[in-house]
Design a protein around this ligand. Structure first.
Ligand code: FE2
Ligand code: FE2
Length: 314
C-alpha cells in the first residue's frame, strides 16, 4: 500500500513547500517534532525484549521513520549547493578547510564559555549538549557495517578508543556522564531545546539508515575535525570554575585525541572511499555540511538563551 504522507508533519511541510529546504525554519512546531523523533530514537536503540505489541510498534515506527526521512531529505537540500561544490579530486583538502570556513566554526560562544560562563550556565550548556547525545561509539558501530576493509579497520580503531581500549574508566561516554552527574545535571529530552535534539536526530538518522552511510561518514569525520578547538575551550571554562583534572578528562582528552582521529579518519576512510568511487564525495560532503549546519543552529540558540535569559549566577 502506498503511503500518502497524510498526518506526517514533516512530509506535509515538504509537500506544501514544493520540496524546498524546510529542514529547520518551516516546520510549524520544531520542538514537538524533534522531541517526538528523539523519543522514538531513544526507544529505537534501547536494549529491548520481545513484546506482544510488536506489530503495532512497527506501524508506529514506520510513521516516525518517514518523518525522519522527510527531515533528513530537507536538510540535504539545505546543504546541496555547498556539497555540489566539493571537488572529488583533492576532496580531503576541501573537507579539512571546513575546520576554518564551515558553518558555526569559531563561534563566539566558546570563548565566552572559557572566560565568562557561570557554573549554572556551564551546567545548562552541558545538559543541552548531553540530552540528545546518540553516543559517538554507537554511531561509529552502526556506520561501519559492510564498509570496505580499510575504512572498517579505521572505524574499529576509533571505536576501540571510544571504548577506552578495553578499560571501563577510559570509556568516553561514561566520562561525560560522570561530569554531568557531578554538575548535578539531569539531561532530559523534554527540557532540551529542539536544536540539539535536531543535531542528535540527524546523527542517528544518518548512522541507522544505510542509504545515508556516506553522509554518516562525513558527519562523524567533521565532528573529529572540528571538536578539538571547541572542547579545549570548554575544558578551559571547567578549569576556571574549579573542576578537577579527572572531571575535565572528557574535554581534555578530546582536545588532543580528536586531532589524531581526524587525521586518520581523513586518510583511512574518506580518501580511499573517494578514490575508489568519486561519486561518494558529494554524499560525504553533504553529511559534513548537515552536521555543521545543525551545530551552528545550536550555538546561535545557546548564545540567545545564555546571554539574554538564562540565569547568570551559579
Ligand atoms: Fe570520543
Ligand atoms: Fe574522536
Amino acid at each position: 500500500m502506498a503511503y500518502t504522507f497524510r498526518g506526517n508533519p514533516m512530509s506535509e511541510a515538504l509537500r506544501r513547500d514544493g520540496n524546498r529546504a524546510v529542514a529547520f525554519d518551516r516546520v510549524a512546531d520544531p520542538t514537538g517534532f524533534h522531541r517526538h523523533l528523539a523519543k522514538f530514537n531513544q526507544g529505537r536503540v534501547a536494549v529491548g525484549t520481545p513484546d506482544m505489541d510488536w506489530e503495532e510498534q512497527i506501524a508506529t515506527d514506520w510513521r516516525a521513520r518517514l518523518d525522519e526521512g522527510g527531515f533528513l531529505e530537507a536538510l540535504r537540500q539545505e546543504v546541496a549547493q555547498g556539497a555540489a561544490a566539493a571537488p572529488a579530486a583533492d576532496f580531503v583538502a576541501w573537507f579539512e578547510r571546513l575546520r576554518d570556513v564551515g558553518a558555526g566554526q569559531n563561534d563566539p560562544l566558546f570563548d565566552w564559555l572559557a572566560a565568562h560562563a557561570s557554573m549554572a550556565q556551564m551546567r545548562w550548556f552541558l545538559c543541552q549538549e548531553a540530552a540528545g547525545e546518540a553516543g559517538f561509539d554507537d554511531l561509529v558501530a552502526y556506520t561501519q557495517v559492510k564498509l570496505p576493509a580499510r575504512a572498517k579497520l579505521e572505524l574499529a580503531r576509533n571505536y576501540w578508543d571510544e571504548m577506552g581500549r578495553g578499560k571501563q574508566r577510559g570509556m568516553h561516554g561514561p566520562m561525560l556522564s560522570a561530569l554531568i552527574a557531578d554538575l548535578g545535571g539531569a539531561p532530559d529530552i523534554d527540557s532540551t531545546l529542539w536544536e540539539p535534539l535536531a543535531l542528535a536526530n540527524t546523527m542517528l538518522g544518518l548512522a541507522l539508515n544505510r542509504r545515508y552511510v556516506y553522509q554518516s561518514i562525513g558527519a562523524l569525520g567533521v565532528v573529529e575535525l572540528t571538536a578539538p578547538g571547541r572542547v579545549a575551550k570548554v575544558a578551559a571554562g571547567l578549569q576556571r570554575l574549579g573542576f578537577s583534572a579527572r572531571q575535565r578528562a572528557y574535554f581534555d582528552l578530546h582536545a588532543a585525541i580528536d586531532l589524531r582521529h581526524s587525521r586518520e579518519w581523513n586518510a583511512e576512510v574518506i580518501q580511499p572511499l573517494v578514490a575508489a568511487d568519486p561519486r561518494c564525495a558529494r554524499h560525504i560532503a553533504e553529511g559534513a555540511l548537515m552536521r555543521l549546519a545543525c551545530g551552528a543552529r545550536c550555538f546561535a540558540r545557546y548564545r540567545a538563551e545564555l546571554w539574554n535569559v538564562a540565569p547568570t549566577t551559579g
